[in-house]
Ligand binder design. Structure first.
Ligand code: PHE
Length: 373
């Protein structure tokens, strides 16, 4: 009797949780664990919120969306495996991800070869979408971000001589350093010294000692939050009191958790500020906080959210999920209103949006200025 009951309830349960055959499957590759877990977690929370809202509003084409998320553990090599699995085994209609440019570059050739559209929410290195005509993004690219930072360094920090400390194992870091240097030098600035590090390094004293000897006005660190926080801490320990600044890779609560008092007064550029008072951002922050325990959505969350909405809009216009048709409809995205501004996909499959500059003040992220493209 008990056995039978168990079997029956199992059956009932499995029919309840089994995905409907006609769901629109969307694959997501994210760093939910590991070194850049803050990126993947945040992007995923935004993406999932969008999918849930879309489903609550009826889905698309009379079908519900189903988000299948694979964790690459922030490890090199895993994103390609994850993309293959989602496409071959799960038969997803499209891929969302990654945040980090190096990992998007791993996924993109798989999506391209299998003719499954991929939208990166927040990878900014230009080479990501150059991989092929099925690869898109909904954020700005680093030639723009590098220009914004160079002009900020010259115009706001009044820095004439700058040190650049680049992570040579990150495509994002190498690219952003290059674009920054070009604009900074073209506008009268001097790159007084360049130093290098690799992802996962923990001791930056040798590089910072060399930078100290070069007597610069500021240090630019195109990198991710863990190293950025450690570099800033060690700079202060070496009595370097000049400004440090970076790009969107600095954005994570861990910057302040790891950096503590040392990160007071640092600056970085990113894609959006939750302090923005436009109705779209105010509504998004409210919904996100209600869904995720009061957490304030950062740029990855906002772009993750927008990436899912842009995809859903293209699926609706495509009237189905066939790869080539869906590709064409994503490519045709024009003035799509989201929380990070309007998304228009250009001929290079990129978007063009404003950047914002953020500082750390009293242990909190604070909006400084917005820079239009
Ligand atoms: N733009 C970074 C990259 O391309 C990733 C990132 C996006 C980090 C948004 C933080 C915020 O690698």
């Amino acid at each position: 009797m008990l056995k039978q009951f168990l079997i029956l309830s199992c059956l009932a349960m499995s029919t309840a949780v089994l995905p409907a055959a006609d769901n629109i499957k969307v694959g997501e590759v994210a760093s939910l664990t590991g070194k850049e877990a803050a990126f993947g977690q945040s992007s995923h929370k935004g993406t999932l919120l969008a999918i849930e809202e879309l489903n609550a509003a009826g889905g698309a084409l009379g079908r519900q969306f189903e988000l299948l998320t694979e964790d690459n553990q922030s490890k090199a090599g895993e994103s390609a495996t994850a993309a293959k699995k989602l496409i071959s085994r799960d038969k997803v209609a499209a891929l969302l991800g990654e945040v980090a440019s190096s990992r998007s570059r791993e996924m993109a050739p798989i999506a391209q070869n299998m003719k499954i559209p991929m939208i990166s929410p927040s990878s900014t290195n230009p080479t990501v979408t150059e991989i092929g005509n099925y690869i898109f993004r909904v954020c700005f690219i680093d030639p723009f971000q590098g220009t914004v930072l160079a002009k900020f360094a010259l115009g706001t920090l009044h820095a004439k001589r700058v040190a650049v400390l680049t992570s040579v194992s990150s495509a994002y870091s190498v690219g952003l350093a290059k674009y920054f240097k070009e604009t900074f030098a073209a506008n009268g600035g001097t790159i007084a010294i360049e130093q290098k590090f690799s992802e996962g390094d923990k001791d930056f004293r040798a590089q910072l000692t060399a930078i100290k000897a070069a007597s610069v006005d500021a240090i630019f660190v195109p990198g991710y939050y863990t190293e950025a926080a450690l570099i800033t801490k060690q700079a202060r320990e070496l009595d370097l009191s000049i400004p440090l600044f970076g790009g969107d890779g600095w954005e994570a609560p861990q910057l302040i958790e790891i950096g503590g008092k040392a990160v007071e007064g640092v600056y970085y550029s990113t894609h959006y500020s939750p302090e923005n008072q436009t109705p779209a951002v105010v509504a998004f922050v409210k919904k996100f906080q209600a869904r995720w325990n009061g957490e304030i959505p950062d740029a990855m969350a906002a772009l993750g959210y927008d990436s899912a909405l842009v995809l859903a809009d293209a699926i609706t216009r495509a009237g189905g999920t066939e790869g080539a048709k869906l590709r064409d409809m994503i490519a045709a995205t024009k003035d799509f209103v989201g929380v990070t501004g309007k998304t228009t996909i250009d001929a290079q499959r990129n978007a063009s949006k404003s950047a914002v500059i953020i500082t750390v003040k009293d242990g909190r992220f604070q909006f400084v200025q917005s820079v239009a493209p």
